[in-house]
Design a protein around this ligand. Structure first.
Ligand code: G6P
Length: 611
């Protein structure tokens, strides 16, 4: 939520910051702004996308060699020019861009208002800017002291970049709860919410930790805590190629990411599956596998699409490792005093590694004595740092707001964990273990085959594009896939869609079925196949339009369904990895046909760092 970019160096800052904000637009895109520092400071802000900000800035000649920029996902105050960042303090000395929420802002605001300090926006960020100014002016403090004192007074979360007018040779950056990365260049330095705006300039980065404050000059970087303890900056080389964050000829990031899945899944198991397929080595979990094998219970916590991956993980773990699994929404788990016993394993799943509810749930699980493992995509993000051990999915940067390759790579990791645990426990024989690994290794090619049905998906999308509702049904391993298919449709095309266990349809949703209701049935071959045929008959008897996802060569369902999309045959545990592909393509095409902004759907953000 909200993207921050900062630059200090000898090059014109304007283009660097605008380009950086474009890379971070997946984090929020309801308004944007930039402050540029030259002999004077100029601020440009507008409602809308970074492109609109770019047009606004380009209407002026003004540039600077120092600047900060912001793309917003509104929390406090509607998206408009006044509430857009940067926010400027009442005397104009401090210019602030912020990602996060200042939770005690209304108390602080009342206090500042009682001192006759005026506010021009509804944002919590202006409260912070004014608090810094107030401490600076009234407390006779240096800018740095005013900033640290203010940060010690605020509750909540922040990633911050600050310019102080009195110190035109530096930027301040601070972090608590919201991510912030510093890029270390030659005679120039960068600040950003993640590494994507930085890597085209330098691969050397510092991931700030909570309560860190950085004072960043062109040739110098001082790192300390907000309690003034000096810190040694830990510079890391980031392994992110610029091509990975470009669309590479695809119309949208989402489409590129859907088509990247064979490569992404391959990268997820590459180096982890032994070349002769006789074993799985998840280095990050090496020391905890015996503990997982002994666990009485596994609790999976996640949000959104990652939660759906967790649900598939439950089915795979219970079948192959015979450990009871509960899958919890992180936001529910953390507020209901969950029962966690020592020795229970908690697995947190998150693409971004920054989701606020998941992070808070991890903290709670650790307080209750659980061993917490992470499955994350973004290297160096907060969740991998907060967990006891974990596995990166290595799917590469996911920019489209609707998650696709993150889902399939998370399921791949969960499957590897379950097989390894089951094998360790002696539940899976050596022979079965090897055949599961053989099948896993064949999945990228099979996803490639499923992707060949793109044109058919487009044709079906044309028929569904004007629907107001859609139902997605599946059973067993295919139920989480139905949930994920429905989520994909609603988040990018704004068509109301519900995922349901196919048999439960009779207990409610069947009342909705008529000739206008498309019903997407995920019906590849497994042990519930015969039952789902009956469910399809029930829909047809009520004139519903059935779009079925079936196994290649299926002759039964293709006769009763109105349309079918085929995917290759696989073992039930992997069926979700293939069946989800046509559902992703279907949603993508429907959204494009409806003229929706696929990569930046309304009201959503890629990384939800507010609770
Ligand atoms: C947001 C994104 C979803 C994502 C969810 C969880 O809602 O739009 O695509 O599934 O957050 O994010 P995480 O990064 O924790 O997987």
């Amino acid at each position: 939520m909200c993207g921050i970019v900062g630059y200090i160096g000898n090059r014109p800052a304007r283009e660097i910051i605008i380009n950086g904000l474009k890379r971070l637009e997946y984090r929020g895109y309801d308004s944007a702004g930039i402050a540029l520092l030259n002999d004077e400071i100029k601020i440009f802000k507008c409602k809308g996308r970074v492109k609109e900000l770019e047009d606004l800035v380009n209407s002026s000649d003004f540039d600077g060699e120092i600047g900060i920029g912001h793309t917003r996902w509104a929390t406090h105050g509607e998206p408009n020019e006044l509430n857009a960042h940067p926010q400027v303090s009442y005397k104009g000395n401090f210019i602030v861009v912020h990602n996060g929420i200042i939770e005690n802002y209304s108390r602080l605001k009342r206090h500042l208002q009682s001192r006759n300090i005026k506010f021009t926006s509804q944002t919590d960020t202006e409260v912070l800017a004014n608090l810094i100014e107030h401490l600076f002016v009234e407390g006779d403090l240096s800018p740095e002291q005013a900033i640290t004192m203010a940060l010690n007074k605020v509750e909540g979360t922040y990633g911050l970049a600050i310019i102080c007018k009195k110190e035109p040779d530096r930027l301040y950056a601070a972090k608590k709860g919201s991510p912030l990365v510093i890029g270390v260049g030659e005679n120039e330095n960068f600040i950003a919410s993640d590494a994507t705006p930085i890597v085209e300039h330098t691969q050397r980065v510092i991931y700030l930790k909570d309560d860190d404050l950085a004072i960043i000059k062109r040739n110098e970087l001082i790192l300390k805590t907000i309690r003034n303890h000096p810190l040694e900056p830990e510079v890391q080389e980031v392994d992110l190629k610029i091509g990975e964050i470009d669309k590479e000829g695809y119309a949208h990031f989402m489409l590129k990411e859907i088509f990247e899945q064979p490569r992404a899944i391959h990268d997820t198991f590459r180096g982890r599956v032994l070349p002769d397929h006789t074993g799985i080595m998840l280095g990050g979990l090496h020391n905890v596998f015996s503990q997982i094998a002994k666990a009485d219970k596994i609790i999976i916590i996640a949000c959104g699409t990652s939660w759906h991956a967790g649900l598939l993980g439950e089915y795979i773990f219970e079948e192959y490792a015979r450990i009871p699994v509960e899958v919890e929404y992180a936001s529910e788990f953390r507020y209901r005093n969950p029962i966690i016993n020592k020795g229970d394993i908690v697995i947190a799943i998150s693409q971004s590694g920054e989701t606020a509810d998941t992070l808070a749930a991890i903290k709670l699980a650790k307080e209750k004595g659980a061993t917490v493992l992470g499955i994350c995509n973004v290297v160096g993000s907060s969740i991998p740092r907060a967990t006891d051990a974990g596995v990166y999915t290595h799917a590469g940067p996911e920019i489209g707001v609707a998650s696709t390759k993150a889902f399939t790579s998370q399921v791949t990791v969960l499957a590897m964990m379950a097989f390894e645990t089951g094998h360790l426990k002696g539940i899976i024989s050596d022979e079965q273990y090897i055949s599961l690994i053989d099948e896993l290794v064949s999945i990228p090619d099979k996803i490639g085959k499923a992707l060949e049905k793109n044109t058919e998906a487009l044709e079906i999308a044309k028929l569904m594009q004007n629907s107001r509702n859609a139902l997605y049904l599946g059973r067993g391993y295919l139920f989480p896939v139905a949930l994920e298919g429905a989520l994909k449709l609603k988040e990018i095309s704004y068509i109301h869609a519900e995922g349901y266990p196919a048999a439960e349809m009779k207990h409610g949703p069947i009342a909705l079925i008529d000739e206008n209701m498309p019903v997407v049935v995920v019906a590849t071959k497994d042990n519930t196949y015969d039952k789902i045929i009956s469910n399809i008959q029930e829909i047809k008897a009520r004139k519903g339009k059935v779009i079925a996802i079936v196994t290649d060569g299926d002759t039964v369902i293709s006769k009763i369904a109105d349309y079918v999309l085929e995917v290759p045959d696989t073992l039930p545990a992997f069926a979700g990895l293939l069946a989800v592909i046509p559902l992703q393509l279907l949603s993508y095409h429907i959204a494009v046909l409806r003229g929706c902004d696929v990569d930046q759907p309304r009201n959503l953000a890629k990384s939800v760092t507010v609770e």
